[in-house]
Design a protein around this ligand. Structure first.
Ligand SMILES: *Cc1c(COP(=O)(O)O)cnc(C)c1O
Length: 389
């Protein structure tokens, strides 16, 4: 901002201004893309006195601008960048656990986080346990004195269960645990986990922050209580990102609000259409009034994004695959959050240990991109007609 602004800025204003401080940008609108390892000092004396920049891994104007923007967006004590969303998950948990401790994950957690828990945390002597994502009482039943992290992801991956973050945070804090929230789906624009009781919030910036399917990045923010430890361990582990990716994340951030609004509008149109379709048993999208998480979504979030799932009524996996293979506008691919629409079969990715997954038909996940929603609906309609005329 050119001068101090007298009132609390709206999100669009915040997105246009966040992180744009002269110490990062100089006289330009945007910060330079600083490629740097070594930082040079004028004297040996300078090497031992506190400086803004000491070594490429520990910060540059490009990285500083992105981190500052993210911290400002969430009113967080600070933000760090990671080379992927999955790395943001691991770097958000590791600072708060040691041998003998326990982490509670929702059963609907992003699959690779489960792999990290089972393959890495277990070898460090940290036990992972899983709870029913839609039942805060299940957290209360499972939490104990050894539980150091209670993890939330709302809505859950693939099956989209909304979580009662304030209720879960109250239970976790009473037991002395830190609450870590994956906020990739809603982004800081539509959900503020730190305000809902989480201590640490992370997201895959690979998705909507980047927004163009061309970067891998994760971000972590934290409140005053957890920031010093998070920052220390992030630095000690040597986690850092390249300047070109950081720049693209910052560029993506500027248009996040206008993109998300379009993603959400089109996703709601698709969700409504699917809900009225006789071949569809269930649509999983919290912005739909029929979704079991709708009331929580209305209470805790101010918008929805473009990712939804639906369950086909009595179809085989082979038929579901045929439907997706023949679509013209939906690419087949992992990830989401870019400008382009994507489809995948999610059923194989569902692992459940706390409450069995019991839906009969295949689960399809759609990412609704920025194409014209009428075209997307026509593509889906033709796809259904080909298979079930
Ligand atoms: C994609 C995703 C991640 C991981 O992000 P990457 O950048 O692909 O490592 C984490 N959490 C959620 C909810 C995701 O969808």
């Amino acid at each position: 901002m050119k001068k101090p602004f007298g009132r609390k800025p709206g999100t669009g204003t915040l997105l246009a201004n966040a992180g744009r401080e002269k110490r990062f940008t100089g006289p330009f609108v945007n910060p330079p893309v600083v490629h740097a390892s070594t930082v040079l000092f004028d004297t040996t004396g300078e090497m031992f006195s506190p400086r803004d920049y000491v070594y490429g891994r520990r910060g540059t104007p490009t990285l500083g601008s992105v981190e500052t923007a993210l911290a400002q967006l969430e009113d967080a004590a600070g933000a760090v960048l990671c080379p992927s969303g999955l790395n943001a998950i691991t770097a958000a948990i590791l600072p708060f656990v040691g041998a003998g401790d326990r982490v509670l994950f929702p059963d609907s957690v992003y699959g690779p986080a489960r792999t990290f828990a089972d393959a890495v945390l277990s070898r460090l002597g940290v036990r992972a346990d899983y709870y029913d994502p839609a039942d805060a009482d299940d957290v209360a039943a499972r939490v104990d004195g050894a539980t150091k992290v209670v993890y939330v992801e709302s809505p859950g991956s693939l099956t989209m269960e909304m979580q009662d973050i304030p209720a879960i945070a109250a239970v976790a804090h009473a037991a002395g645990a830190v609450v870590v929230a994956d906020n990739t789906w809603a982004t800081p624009l539509y959900c503020r986990p730190l305000d809902l009781g989480a201590d640490v919030a992370l997201l895959a910036a690979t998705k909507y922050i980047g927004g163009h399917a061309d970067i891998m990045m994760g971000t972590i923010t934290a409140n005053d209580r957890c920031w010093p430890r998070l920052k220390e361990v992030h630095g000690a582990m040597g986690v850092c990102v390249g300047p070109d990716d950081a720049y693209l994340a910052l560029r993506g951030l500027r248009t996040l609000e206008v993109r998300l609004r379009r993603h959400a509008q089109s996703a709601l149109a698709v969700a409504n259409w699917l809900e009225g379709h006789h071949e569809v048993a269930d649509v999983l999208y919290p912005a739909l009034p029929s979704d079991p998480g709708h009331a929580l979504w209305q209470r805790d979030m101010t918008g929805a994004s473009g990712l939804l799932s639906f369950v086909l009524r009595g179809w085989s996996e082979t038929e579901a695959a045929q439907l997706l293979d023949e679509l013209a506008l939906f690419g087949l691919g992992y990830s989401w959050g870019g400008f382009e629409s994507l489809a995948s079969i999610g059923t194989h990715g569902i692992t459940r240990t706390a409450r069995p997954y019991d839906r009969a038909g295949p689960l399809i996940r759609l990412h609704i991109g920025l194409e014209d929603p009428d075209d997307l609906l026509a593509d889906l309609d033709e796809g259904f007609r080909r298979l079930r005329p």
